[in-house]
Design a protein around this ligand. Structure first.
Ligand SMILES: C[S@@+](CC[C@H](N)C(=O)[O-])C[C@H]1O[C@@H](n2cnc3c(N)ncnc32)[C@H](O)[C@@H]1O
Length: 249
């Protein structure tokens, strides 16, 4: 996989995974905390910061926005500057499984479409130490919506992400990691099609031209097209669940 090309394909997108401002704000609304307090929040796997910016605009939190790839963080910093939010957003190039936070210092950990990179159960367990007692974790995680699935989609996801599970299995993982589920909901198809895949399809021709239709660029586009086809065909069976949970006091 050519990571530089993959980042080039995604860096100018509004978001790097399924989601929407409405879904981010719906999850934020579920958290029963004073949003105007000077909260400490981390947005892990923030990409170019669609959720980071929104969270900064709808809270008074200081947000540490973490991603592995500096190109995304550069984009986020530029946007934060343009919106006058730079004093409340600090970007941090780090891996989500090796975070430099002090124990028990964060009021909220946010992570949209990213925890799968280390695995849902591992992420819940590892991030808990950084939350204050009674702190909140809001994550979106790909989840099965039905107990039974057609074999083609089942096989694809079992290979791509062995920890893929039903919403009920995610609830169980949350409980077993010691959190209390505050609420959850499923991202609507528009969060995938209108906000993520549609704009992605619009970027494909320009991306291929920019890279002279190289084999690597074509491979990236082919892979994304396959993902779009799979989602379009099997959208009744899977989505992201947005899970909002609390660490015990
Ligand atoms: C599907 S994107 C979601 C980005 C953003 N949260 C959004 O919803 O637009 C996943 C993000 O996780 C980041 N990522 C992947 N592995 C990571 C790691 N080990 N540590 C931190 N970030 C990582 C990627 O660079 C990417 O920005």
């Amino acid at each position: 996989m050519n990571f530089d090309l993959l980042i080039d394909f995604h860096v100018n997108a509004q978001q790097q995974g399924p989601g929407s401002p409405a879904s981010t704000l719906r999850a934020l609304d579920m958290i029963p905390i004073d949003k105007q307090a000077p909260l400490q929040l981390a947005d892990i796997g923030c990409g170019s910061g669609a959720s980071t910016i929104l969270l900064a605009q709808h809270t008074n939190a200081h947000i540490t926005a973490v991603d592995l790839f500096p190109a995304f963080l550069d984009k986020l910093n530029a946007q934060a500057q343009a919106l006058g939010l730079e004093a409340r957003i600090t970007t941090l190039e780090a891996s989500m499984d090796a975070l430099p936070f002090e124990p028990s210092t964060l009021d909220i950990i946010w992570s949209e479409g990213a925890i799968y990179n280390m695995g849902f159960r591992k992420g819940l367990a590892y991030w808990s130490q950084f939350l204050k007692p009674g702190g909140y974790l809001a994550v979106s995680e790909i989840s099965w919506l039905t107990e039974e699935r057609p074999e083609a989609i089942e096989t694809h996801w079992n290979e791509a992400y062995p920890e893929m599970g039903t919403v009920a299995e995610k609830h169980q993982a949350i409980a077993e990691a010691g959190y209390t589920l505050i609420g959850d909901f499923v991202l609507p198809p528009s969060d995938w099609l209108d906000n993520y895949y549609g704009p992605m399809e619009d970027r494909m021709a320009g991306f291929l031209d920019r890279h002279g239709h190289s084999a690597d660029a074509q491979a990236i586009v082919a892979e994304e097209k396959k993902e779009i086809d799979l989602y379009t065909t099997y959208q009744d069976y899977l989505s992201y669940g947005f899970y909002v949970m609390q660490k015990p006091l």
